[in-house]
Design a protein around this ligand. Structure first.
Ligand SMILES: [Zn+2]
Length: 401
């Protein structure tokens, strides 16, 4: 157990150097703060990626282990104020162990959720407008407060964004007398992933299963038949009152792996065109995993890729021998979600219902969702581009009073 704040006495950082402090005596030196990162999907230390209002948001605090004399556990509390309102207080979800002998630097902290103090911001803090955060307390689990260095404040803005309007059509087909349709888990994984990874606070989601116009065996034209059927269904439903900004996506079970239908978008529109449909496969990744995926469904990132096409996203061209490079502007080497210096780190805020854990996604391990590479997430580039397109699509239909 930590006995007192004295175990954290350490050398002061140059910015705050005052009179020399006798080691292990006198007032404790300040704990250095390396940064406060506000993340929803992908972010850098300058918080330069747009924050979407009302989307699940984690503040991550990186304390400087080099400013403590001895290893010990600490936690913290933030004070937050939205649009200049009164301050409210928020404790961290966890504690961290600061050990000057094992200080891997801020990049190690950013890529490992257990090395940052994490705060799940409450709904009142993440509405459209400005949020000011102040590091109000750093303390040991036993309760002793420790002096805090700078920078101990952080100001960010949240921007209102349209919802993702999506209707997912499960296509039920026959193999002989057997009927095959997507299990509920695949709809659930796709819905959850889009909510976590896409630049939206909410999904206007609906789903249904209908009989497919195609049957087993599959060939290269199967996905074209699927898209034609989805487009016809969409046309009818939009005529009957469905919001014309709704994206339609066809989901086709792989029947345990022997009926894999390669996904395809009908087109890659260069401007807002939500009537562009796409279809993709669903199934369980299997014992070997599929593109780094070992959970119950690959429908999530696979569907997010095909839908990405319908939002105008092209292929970055990675892996080099496996994918065309139709997106000549993709900014990161090898299809990663960050520059090689690790500027961007992904954050999956998780989903207890699936369940999917909250986790940090290192920018040099995870690849952009528009690649064919393993471990897929949205880069800041793709995230911002989809947000821009969503806003353009939202404007297609004037709001009805
Ligand atoms: Zn593609």
């Amino acid at each position: 157990m930590a006995k007192s704040s004295r175990r954290f006495v350490g050398f002061q950082r140059t910015r705050f150097r005052r009179a020399p402090t006798p080691a292990l005596a006198g007032p404790a030196a300040s704990i250095g703060v390396r940064g406060i990162e506000i993340s929803q999907c992908i972010q850098d230390l300058a918080n330069s990626v747009t924050l979407v209002a009302d989307k699940a948001t984690i503040a991550r605090l990186y304390l400087d282990a080099a400013t403590v004399a001895k290893a010990g556990n600490v936690t913290a509390e933030l004070a937050w104020s939205h649009e200049g309102g009164a301050e409210a207080y928020l404790p961290a979800m966890n504690t961290v162990r600061l050990d000057p002998a094992k200080d891997g630097g801020v990049q190690n902290q950013r890529t490992d959720l257990s090395q940052s103090l994490n705060f799940r911001l409450p709904p009142q803090a993440i509405g459209a407008g400005q949020l000011q955060l102040r590091l109000s307390r750093v303390y040991t689990p036993a309760g002793s407060d420790l002096p805090v260095g700078a920078p101990d404040t952080c100001t960010v803005s949240f921007t209102a964004a349209p919802p993702l309007r999506i209707r997912v059509i499960g296509l039920r087909y026959k193999i002989g007398t057997k009927t095959v349709a997507p299990d509920a888990v695949h709809f659930n994984y796709l819905r959850s992933y889009l909510g976590r990874a896409y630049p939206v606070a909410a999904l206007e989601w609906s789903q249904v299963v209908v009989d497919a116009d195609f049957a087993s065996p599959f060939d290269d034209s199967t996905v074209d038949l699927a898209n034609a059927q989805i487009a016809a269904l969409r046309s009818r439903e939009v005529s009957n009152g469905v919001d014309p900004r709704t994206h339609y996506f066809g989901l086709v079970s792989d029947n345990g792996g022997d009926h894999f239908m390669r996904g395809k978008a009908f087109a890659i529109p260069s401007s807002a065109q939500p009537d562009t449909v796409a279809s993709g496969p669903c199934g369980t990744p299997g014992p070997g995993g599929f593109a780094g995926d070992h959970d119950l469904s690959y429908a999530d990132w696979y569907g997010a890729h095909e839908l990405g096409h319908t939002f105008g996203r092209y292929h970055p061209g990675f892996p080099k021998d496996a994918q065309d490079a139709s997106d000549t502007s993709f900014p990161y080497a090898d299809g990663f979600i960050s520059t090689p210096d690790g500027r961007f780190v992904g954050l999956d805020t998780g989903d207890q219902a699936l369940p999917a854990p909250m986790q940090a996604l290192p920018g040099n391990v995870y690849h952009d969702v528009m690649t064919y590479a393993d471990n897929q997430w949205l880069s800041a580039y793709t995230y911002q581009a989809i947000l821009t397109r969503l806003i353009a699509e939202d404007a297609l239909v004037p709001a009805v009073a």
